[in-house]
Design a binder for this molecule. Structure first.
Ligand code: AMP
Length: 384
């Protein structure tokens, strides 16, 4: 195998792939060659080269290479489970620090703007979930503040509505995210860090819009609280009433458009009832898109796009007493083909954010009756 290329800069990971046909998990050494812009996978059990492909063909960048991420290589969803060698561990572990961010209840209606700001500041969100904490959960999350005089006010606040929690991965993520959110008190932030998130979206020292872990130890505990590998989590907020489903597709998430798309959706008067980041297995994408199989010839390409990285799924709702939300949201989504949309309906989401028929920024439910079913598929079935 190409360990002969060892002089070249290359990263090595252990990845796992669930092979459907054989119903088994296979382990590989995964090599990413920076100069050659190529990828190789070496089958650990059978001790032989498994595949060689180009980085470009698979739309993978070094930013995607962190533990816990799932990447799609030649149609296979690979989970990155460990570093493959000391060199990679040494080079990347500091660059791939993790922290927990949270948008608190009073700022959740600014979700689009805040996500856009997070993206503009160059942070990578690897997991995200809108949920609602009860008092016990909030107390457990804020255990270090148990004896503080502001504890009750803090618990009232963070349980007063949904929060959006997310994991950020990147170099010095804990410190960089603390710096981006600014001082605890937004009025102090407005003086000393006017471009910080608390300066722009916080009201006062209690209602301060966002949270960031204080140190790497707290980050690990808080990430485990909201994104445990097993066990209960605060429930998602899907209402599954008058709703429809919108998926910000992996290519749009990767291009950093999620915040802008959400802002366009809320500015048009729709509400985000729930949102969560999912990385879909091929089988799930096929199941979800089954109605298009044999109907549109882009079906296979649609499956590939939907499994090509994390997507952001939204439950779109309308205020109480509104007409059915699905047809109205389809109007905002616009024609499937962004080229056509740009000619006929230039203010629609696909006209504004899509690039082609497959990478057309969003999926939205086609048939009004399917809105609830699609929302249920993600928020009642796939959400752990
Ligand atoms: P921290 O973990 O440092 O972000 O603190 C937790 C949260 O408690 C802060 O983000 C505020 O919402 C709240 N908090 C901190 N200090 C005070 C305070 N002096 N008065 C009221 N609330 C506070």
């Amino acid at each position: 195998m190409s360990l002969t290329l060892a002089d070249d800069e290359r990263y090595c990971f252990t990845v796992e792939w669930y092979e459907e046909m054989a119903a088994r998990v296979r382990q590989f050494q995964f090599f990413y060659f920076v100069k050659a812009q190529s990828i190789e996978m070496y089958d650990i059990k059978n001790r032989k080269m498994f595949l060689r492909t180009s980085v470009k063909e698979n739309n993978i960048s070094p930013a995607d290479l962190y533990l816990g991420n799932s990447i799609n290589v030649c149609g296979r969803l690979l989970n990155i489970v460990d570093y493959g060698d000391d060199y990679t561990r040494r080079k990347l572990s500091a660059k791939k620090e993790r922290t927990l961010g949270m948008i608190k209840p009073d700022a959740v209606d600014k979700l689009g703007q805040i996500l856009d700001k997070i993206c503009q500041k160059g942070f990578l969100i690897s997991r995200l979930r809108m949920c609602r904490m009860n008092r016990n959960q909030a107390l457990s999350f804020y255990q270090e503040h148990q004896s503080k005089p502001f504890l009750n006010a803090l618990l009232d606040y963070v349980t007063s509505g949904p929060v959006v929690t997310f994991e950020i991965v990147g170099e010095n993520a804990v410190g960089a995210w603390r710096e981006a959110i600014g001082p605890t008190d937004p009025s102090a932030a407005r003086k000393t860090a006017p471009t910080s998130i608390r300066a722009q979206y916080g009201q006062d020292v209690t209602f301060n819009a966002v949270h960031g872990s204080s140190d790497p130890g707290a980050a690990a505990r808080e990430i485990e609280f909201f994104f445990p590998s097993s066990g209960p989590v605060p429930p998602n907020t899907a209402r599954v009433g008058n709703c429809t489903c919108c998926i910000i597709k992996p290519s749009a998430v990767k291009a950093g458009m999620a915040g802008k798309i959400i802002s366009a959706i809320t500015e048009a008067g729709f509400q985000v009832g729930a949102t969560q980041m999912f990385t879909l297995e091929k089988a799930n994408a096929e199941e979800f898109l089954e109605v298009y199989k044999g109907v549109v010839h882009e079906y296979s390409a649609m499956v590939v796009e939907l499994t090509s990285g994390p997507c952001l799924v939204l439950e779109i709702c309308a205020p109480e007493g509104s007409p059915p939300v699905a047809p109205a949201f389809r109007e905002l989504a616009g024609p499937t083909d962004p080229e056509i949309a740009r000619h006929l309906r230039p203010r629609t989401l696909r006209a504004l954010f899509g690039s082609d028929k497959i990478k057309n920024a969003i999926h939205c439910t086609d048939l009004p009756d399917d809105g609830q079913l699609e929302v249920e598929y993600f928020f009642r079935i796939l959400d752990r």
